[in-house]
Design a protein around this ligand. Sequence first.
Ligand SMILES: [Zn+2]
Length: 398
Amino acid sequence: MNIFKKIAYRSYQVVFKLAIPFLPYRKPKLLEDNLALVTLFDGLKPLIITDKTLMQLGLLNKLLELLRKNDISYFVYDGVKPNPTISDVEETRSLYLENNCTALLAIGGGSAMDLAKACGARIVRPKKSISQMKGLLHIHKKLPLLVAIPTTAGTGSETTLAAVITDEKLHYKYPINDFSLIPHYALLDPDMTINLPPSLTATTGMDALTHAIEAYIGRSTTKETRKMAKEAVNLIVNNIYLAYTDGKNITARKNMLLASHYAGIAFTKSYVGYIHAIAHSLGGQYGAPHGLCNAVIMPYVLNAYGKTAETKLADLALVAGLATATDSKTIQAKKLCDWIKDINHKMNIPTKIKQINKADIPAMAKHAYKEANPLYPVPKLFDLADLEKIYYEVAENV
Ligand SMILES: [Zn+2]
């Protein structure tokens, strides 16, 4: 990347870093249990945004019964699919209005929460399309009461100001970001995650790890986000395999939910990096699952950062007990990267991405470049050629 661009991008990031203490960040308030949730909805009518699998598993039964018992009416939309689209947003918005709903309750993984946030944004901004909300701070208006119950651990989406939406016509996936999209409340209930199959436990857990690592190695950390990211990495390293092999282990599930939540708090203020930018481009182009993409891409991008991320990766390796203080920084960082490759292998995550088509690489690299630069305070700036090289490394069939 040429020096003038570098200076421009880094200056932009410094301005954002300096602005952190003055921006209206907030954390969702954590609810104790279902009863607290029901009390919150007293006098309101939530549109519950969830998916068919969770309904069929009966995971919502207890909560719905409690709502009925307390005379709280609600409407359930169970059409959430991975990578919510603009038409999904419009559909939920119509349901909200037709059914006179007054609050939003997202129950599910990142897609349910993304959809609920985008639906809320369209409700308070009826004249602005989702594509006009792309990027930073185009909503500027309070959303209806928005509560999130994550059923994966996870996206950490219950803490974030982003909703990732796919434009199905353009095959383009992008985030809309605004402080008003941060859910007002969240309920972290490990019982909601015990049915998550091992493959999803693995990929969503690796997504949370990516949030924590990208936030920590970036240049815009704060004391709080460093603490949150370290705690998240420690919890994930020490619980993900347990949750993967023994899904009913409530302690492991609870720790993974907490880790995902902490990682969410970390990257909300300190951003992600090229791993996410590349993963989003693959999601937009092929519908490739987000967590899986991050898990596969992570070792390649960390390797490409080289020395620039070494000291910080070394810190994380130490915190998680993967390295000792007597190891050199290089060895400590390598131990974390080796652990990532090893845990991917143990959890049946591939080392390459099958779908990548050579002809699509330039356009995807451009999308990733645009998403990351200048917003993400990455340890090392990549230009288009650097990014394309990573797609070639990650691709299985080119
Ligand atoms: Zn993610």
